[in-house]
Design a protein around this ligand. Structure first.
Ligand SMILES: *Cc1c(COP(=O)(O)O)cnc(C)c1O
Length: 465
């Protein structure tokens, strides 16, 4: 069948018949039919029915320079014409991969002078596991293999990525986590703070869970700690400012490697080039992906700090690890063009000075809404926690029963009203493209307020409040 003649129903039928989607209940989706996205421009998407949608999630946290950027398209086209592929395995390299490695060394904190490329964030985190264990082997400490991560972290979906991650539902399938990966609780104030505890006190206490875990495992067995500066897929969990410096202090004290998974936070999302800079930490390794190429083409990797790079290069001999697409020339060319746009348009500075603070103000103004427990932002990421009753002077906010899936109710209203906002439990989250202007933030906020209103009416009618 000519694809141009297909109706939405035809596409949905073919989709249900053949395409197993990631993180999807196939049977439930087949009954309902996928929404087919056909076009994008700036912050806007269109579906196969011609509906125009504000994409407040940048695709999947990645289309940071917006859809339809000619510079990225030209870079891909040119590289495809010149050299669509060559590998970097057998003492060869391509010019875009060298140039991108050089560029990343320039943009990242000074301890990072080396890059290992992968095809995705998950693969980047697989590389992290190999790298940190290799590092300790070379240092003469083969017993130091345990990596500490956090419950409700997201580090990808490969065996190592999902094991590093702390998603209970993911661990329940496929025999995860793999050995040598343990988890501590997340620094989520609404879940774990004690009555009367300040954010700063809570941040320090949440960091101390790392020290307890190190002592439990044995300091001579711990290789590394890994965390997202702000947890993304876990629901935009923004730690108190006291958290990361205390994590840094503990890692330093026990000599363990600190890994910052910047797959979401990297390249301007927090108003800094990297999230670790926002929180004042000096990681030894950084995972990146998503925003490095604005999702136009898959690319990921690991920034390897001097501490690890020196040992690996000077003592390591051959590192028996790599991917066919490590340093893919087309992906690297697109990433270079993408970083060029971010620099030329001053997007990181704009988020830091203008759009980030403006979004924070707009979110603060949601606070009075009866459904809103907290509305928080960090740079251009934000979360609204939906609650059944607001906090009072002597009682914390009352959450909805999780069985009600109130987030999915709200998400339904967004979906039907031209707004993509994601639901993670009772948290409605956004991570809009970094090209947002104040005018576009106003447009987005008008949609968010309308969807909150519709949700409020809906939960009243359902008798949930
Ligand atoms: C998305 C994500 C990953 C996984 O990246 P993929 O490209 O999907 O493999 C890893 N870490 C974080 C923090 C992410 O958000």
């Amino acid at each position: 069948m000519n694809t141009l003649d297909r109706t939405t129903k035809d596409w949905q039928a073919a989709d249900a018949a053949h395409f197993l989607h990631p993180f999807t209940d196939h049977q439930a989706l087949s009954a309902k039919g996928s929404r087919i996205i056909t076009r994008g421009e700036g912050v806007w998407l269109w579906d196969s029915e011609g509906q125009k949608i504000f994409d407040a999630m940048s695709g999947l946290w990645c289309v940071n320079v917006g859809y339809g950027r000619q510079e990225l398209i030209d870079a891909a086209t040119q590289q495809l014409q010149t050299l669509p592929f060559y590998n970097a395995f057998f003492q060869t390299a391509t010019t875009p991969s060298i140039a991108l490695a050089e560029k990343l060394a320039q943009l990242s904190p000074p301890q990072f002078q080396h890059v290992f490329f992968s095809g995705s964030g998950s693969e980047g985190n697989d590389t992290i596991v190999r790298l940190v264990r290799r590092y300790w082997d070379l240092q003469g400490h083969p017993g130091r293999h345990t990596i500490i991560s956090r419950i409700n972290a997201y580090h990808g979906s490969t065996m190592a990525g999902a094991s590093l991650g702390g998603m209970v539902d993911m661990h329940a399938q496929g025999g995860l986590p793999i050995p040598g990966i343990v988890h501590i609780e997340q620094p989520y104030f609404a879940q774990h703070a004690q009555p009367g505890e300040s954010h700063d006190e809570f941040g320090r206490r949440a960091a101390s869970w790392l020290e307890y875990k190190i002592l439990e495992v044995g300091p001579d067995k711990v290789a590394a700690f890994i965390g997202e500066p702000v947890q993304g897929a876990g629901g935009v969990i923004i730690p108190p400012d006291t958290y990361w410096p205390e994590i840094q202090r503990i890692c330093d004290q026990y000599g363990i490697l600190l890994v910052s998974d910047e797959v979401i936070c990297g390249f301007g999302r927090t108003g800094h080039m990297f999230g670790c800079e926002r929180f004042g930490v000096r990681p030894d390794l950084i995972t990146f992906a998503k925003g490095v190429s604005s999702g136009y083409i898959p690319l990921g990797g690991v920034l390897v700090g001097d501490r690890v790079a020196r040992v690996l290069i000077e003592q390591g001999g051959e590192f028996n690890h790599g991917y066919t697409y490590s340093g893919h020339p087309v992906a690297c060319a697109v990433a270079l063009a993408n970083l060029g746009v971010i620099e030329r348009e001053g997007l990181v500075q704009r988020v830091h000075d203008d759009t980030g603070p403006y979004l924070a103000q707009q979110f603060a103004a949601l606070q009075g809404h009866p459904l809103v427990g907290e509305a928080e932002t960090c740079g251009l990421m934000g979360a609204i926690r939906l609650v059944r009753r607001q906090a009072t002077a002597d009682a914390p906010a009352e959450p909805f029963a999780s069985s009600l899936s109130v987030g999915m109710v709200c998400r339904g209203h967004c979906f039907n009203n031209g707004l993509i906002m994601r639901a993670v439990g009772d948290r409605m989250i956004i991570a809009p493209p970094l090209i947002l202007t104040r005018e576009l933030i106003d447009e987005m906020m008008a949609r968010i307020r309308r969807c909150l209103e519709l949700t409020w009416v809906d939960v009243q009618q359902r008798g949930w409040v």
